[in-house]
Design a protein. Structure first.
Length: 891
């Protein structure tokens, strides 16, 4: 094609495009959006039939979803809200800068909030509902790194004083400080949801919104128009947890859920998607999942340009833009924008002619424009039948200017020099003198100033301040001992597993008049593994749609029953999702004043190991309930091998101070622990949750001996004193089903080696260890007072002989209590990788079976000089201990 022809062609195409667009505009004006949709659909079909395939795209153009003419009228005072926002910005910045001046390296974040200020302020002034007057209120997951802005607002509201702000990140200072991020554990009257481990907030918000509907559908809570808001970073969407459950939110039609993604295009190290566009990527993902997507890309100053753009070139240029370029425009300024953005096409240069470079530089992104953000929120709260995500384009470090606006270092910026402070002050019009500005003082106008009056009034009208954690549940009565009696009686020789006992306890609790309806059984597709399938029919599986099909097993007694008021949360294969439900149910006592009691039952290896970060967040949130680790124990779960056999979840649970962890052996122990758990958490209102491992080995459950309840709860008690009166004395500590191995060892030792060994059941090394640490500490700090004894010291006082422990968990658990025992402890456990093998072979391999326990006891006595070498050698032979066997720790 020669140059002339090419130009000609181009002209024709431009003319053609213009004509088509004008026709479309005509149709839109006369026939409305529905007619346009129909026409485009027909065109698509026609093109398809003519062999023209349109590439699949879930994207709309890179412009605002809500066109200018559909924006609602902004009901607020633009100017006063801008002034309030500036004050919050200043104080948030000052808080971080001061903290770092005082204590370099203490950290803090300016840039996240700086980018999100408008997103929050529109929420605070117009949408977020509080819980005053017993309103249900909204549940708001604030982005963790934006906490300085949330504190700064609470300061203006008069909820936090300057001293508290001064002690941001100095929580141990006199009078207390402010926690770095949202932590209910540290600020229980302020924060509700811990969000700073990225990805946890969004998925917890999804399951929270679903749980709210569950409560409504089950009649436990009245219907409300409360919303769950989750504010998150664009970089945060890389976390698998963030996007991992979004299809559930759409499937469940969670129109009570709103995600606001602050697309400042940057994460910590640099751009989120320098080479493409994060907003477009997320639009496609959320749309594909069935969400209502609202893009807020451009501020109002772009509207006249878009309107004047008859050729569609501006939209085309916007579509071409990539995030790396957008970021560069912020740093470079107006002339650069003119040259590189508008300069690409002569039409656009022409379009921008009316604007000075300063104008171009000042043209806002959508997320900084209150009217655009208001329009998006308004549309979101009115959306029915699906969740909404708002993708708001912002600038990281907005307003920091040279100090870090849009720069790659901005995330970690926490110091501003004098010039930068002055610039910030002037830009946001804070009345602080040049002289004072270097000290970055906090600034709050008088109580009766228009700003404070406006802000307080708005919050009053919206139901009070947020965030605010309010606990408003009533305590419940622990079910009576009658319910548990059958478990104290034993099984009369019938062989059952602790898993079966657990399911029976759960079934009985579900039938209890007072608490039955409050129980929330949660399973990630493992109900049949644990023998819980009878519950399907009995209490139903929750489904917001009921059951629209006839289940294949309808004729059977235990059919798969889904129901709108179903009680079980059958989550499918998602431990993260199930744990999020557990957290929603276990914190409902606070968020809704409803004492739901979750029992989340899972494969123990896929619990703490898989979702440990959630377990930590649950404790931070003061969550209650029972985590039940099923098929537990590295040697008790036979056959499944390395990836399934759990021998360390109790070690992981040990690290969370408020978790009560138990590894019970017998039916009565389990019953005592669960009853005590309900009592502590829901009657005494202690902030803790339980982790209990249950195993699948069947054996006869003994009758509860007299006077053991306290020991079961505290963590250990003597279960069986040896009948032998031999001087060779030993104590065998056993837990879980390995307790049976210690009982067998006790017999071997008495019969064949004249050793008198007492057997202790240890239900919780964690409890014993924590108690001993606490007593030691008290003694250390109170040398003048009468020194105390820890529980383990009390119960073992005066016991002679050696101690040998064995459990299906790693050695470190029992070793944690060794220094408080009156004799030397040798610990047997299951450190190492699991194997696919029989239970018997596994116990031999890990050296936790009866013969290894007996042999180890004899060796310990030999070490003490109580028996001679010959006897040891003979025992080794008789007990068939192979010294050359594989070392489980190294193989
Ligand atoms: C699980 C987890 N990994 C890493 C971090 C450390 N971290 C804190 S903020 C941040 C970047 C956040 O970027 P983005 O989500 O885009 O938020 P922005 O600050 O830009 O709003 C990182 C990596 C964290 N808090 N949590
Ligand atoms: Mg970001």
């Amino acid at each position: 094609m020669n140059e002339n022809k090419k130009e000609n062609r181009q002209e024709i195409e431009e003319f053609e495009t213009r004509e088509w667009l004008e026709s479309l505009e005509f149709v839109l004006r006369n026939g409305g959006p529905e007619r346009v949709k129909q026409l485009l659909h027909d065109l698509d079909t026609y093109a398809h039939e003519a062999g023209v395939e349109l590439p699949f795209t879930a994207n709309t153009p890179y412009v605002n979803t809500i066109p200018k003419d559909q924006e609602p009228k902004f009901p607020g005072g633009r100017e006063i809200e801008r002034r309030i926002k500036s004050l919050v910005r200043w104080n948030a910045m000052a808080m971080v800068v001061r903290a770092n001046k005082l204590d370099p390296g203490i950290g803090g974040h300016i840039s996240t909030y700086a980018s999100a200020a408008t997103l929050y302020e529109i929420g605070f002034n117009h949408f977020f509902k509080g819980k005053d007057n017993n309103n249900q209120g909204d549940q708001i997951y604030f982005q963790g790194h934006a906490s300085p802005g949330i504190y700064a607002r609470a300061y203006l509201e008069g909820r936090l004083d300057a001293k508290k702000l001064h002690n941001f990140r100095h929580e141990l200072a006199k009078g207390g400080g402010l926690s770095s991020y949202p932590h209910p554990h540290l600020m229980p009257e302020f924060w509700e949801f811990p969000t700073v481990s990225m990805g946890l907030g969004p998925i917890m918000a999804i399951y929270q919104a679903r749980f709210n509907k569950y409560l409504e559908n089950r009649g436990l809570k009245s219907q409300s128009d409360s919303k769950v808001w989750a504010f998150l970073g664009d970089g945060e969407t890389d976390e698998p947890e963030t996007l991992g459950a979004i299809s559930l939110a759409a499937r469940e039609q969670l129109d009570n859920l709103i995600f606001v993604i602050n697309c400042n295009l940057q994460r910590l190290d640099g751009p989120v998607r320098g080479n493409s566009k994060i907003i477009q990527e997320l639009e496609a993902v959320f749309k594909g999942a069935g969400w209502n997507v609202i893009k807020v890309v451009w501020g109002s100053d772009w509207d006249p340009l878009l309107e004047a753009d008859k050729s569609g070139m501006l939209t085309r240029r916007m579509n071409e833009l990539i995030d790396g370029e957008s970021q560069k425009y912020i740093v470079e300024g107006g002339d650069y924008i003119r040259e590189h953005f508008f300069g690409k096409y002569p039409e656009l240069l022409e379009l921008a002619k009316q604007h000075t470079d300063e104008d171009l530089e000042r043209m806002k992104r959508g997320g900084h424009d209150p009217e655009k953000v208001y329009a998006a929120y308004k549309a979101a709260v009115n959306t029915k039948g699906r969740p909404t995500v708002i993708l708001a384009k912002t600038v990281k470090g907005y307003g920091l200017g040279e100090a870090g606006e849009g720069k790659n270092i901005t995330h970690s910026q926490k110091k501003l020099n004098e010039e930068e402070l002055k610039e910030f002050r002037s830009r946001f019009g804070i009345p602080i003198s040049d002289e004072d500005v270097v000290k970055a003082p906090f600034y709050k106008p008088e109580e009766d100033s228009p700003e404070i009056t406006y802000l307080k009034k708005r919050r009053q009208e919206l139901g009070g301040y947020v965030p605010k954690r309010i606990v408003r549940n009533q305590k419940i009565h622990t079910p009576s001992e009658d319910l548990f009696k059958e478990f104290y009686e034993g099984t009369d020789g019938r062989e059952v597993s602790t898993t079966m006992v657990y399911v029976r306890i759960l079934t009985k609790l579900l039938k209890d008049k007072e608490i039955g309806k409050l129980i929330v059984p949660i399973v990630p597709d493992e109900a049949r593994t644990f023998g819980m399938e009878a519950l399907f029919r009995q209490i139903g599986i929750y489904s917001s749609r009921g059951q629209l099909y006839e289940p294949v097993d309808r004729d059977s007694l235990l059919y798969y029953k889904e129901a709108k008021n179903g009680q079980i949360l059958e989550e499918g294969i998602t431990e993260a999702g199930s744990m999020s439900s557990f957290i929603a149910a276990g914190t409902a006592y606070a968020s809704h004043g409803i004492n739901t009691i979750p029992f989340f039952t899972f494969y123990s290896m896929f619990g703490f190991q898989r979702i440990g970060d959630f377990a930590w967040a649950a404790a931070d949130m003061k969550c209650k309930g029972f985590l039940i680790g099923g098929t537990a124990g590295r040697t008790t779960l036979a056959g499944e091998g390395l990836q399934h056999q759990d021998g360390h979840s109790h070690v992981l649970a040990h690290s969370i101070t408020t978790v009560k962890a138990y590894d019970p052996a017998f039916a009565y122990e389990l019953a005592i622990i669960i009853r005590d758990g309900i009592h502590r958490m829901y009657e005494l209102q202690e902030d803790c949750y339980y982790y209990i491992t249950v195993m699948n080995e069947n054996y006869a459950m003994p009758k509860m001996p007299e006077g053991v309840k306290e020991g079961v709860i505290k963590g250990m008690y003597k279960y069986k004193t040896s009948e032998s009166k031999s001087k060779l004395k030993a104590h065998l500590l056993g837990s879980g089903s390995i307790l049976n191995e210690t009982l067998k060892a006790q017999e071997i030792l008495a019969k064949d080696y004249s050793v008198s060994a007492d057997v202790w059941s240890v239900t919780s090394y964690k409890n014993i260890h924590y108690d001993a640490l606490e007593v030691d500490r008290w003694n250390r700090l109170n040398p003048d007072k009468k020194q105390k004894k820890s529980y383990v010291q009390e119960v073992t006082e005066g016991e002679k002989g050696v101690f040998v422990s064995a459990s299906d968990y790693t050695q470190i658990l029992s070793e944690s209590i060794s220094k408080w025992l009156p004799g030397k402890l040798t610990s047997l456990g299951t450190l190492g990788f699991g194997r696919s093998e029989s239970r018997e072979a596994l116990r031999d391999f890990f050296e936790v079976d009866a013969k290894h326990i007996a042999y180890t006891t004899l060796y310990a006595l030999y070490e003490e000089g109580k028996i001679d070498k010959e006897m040891i050698k003979k025992a080794m032979k008789d007990l068939k201990i192979n010294p050359d066997k594989l070392n489980p720790i190294k193989s």
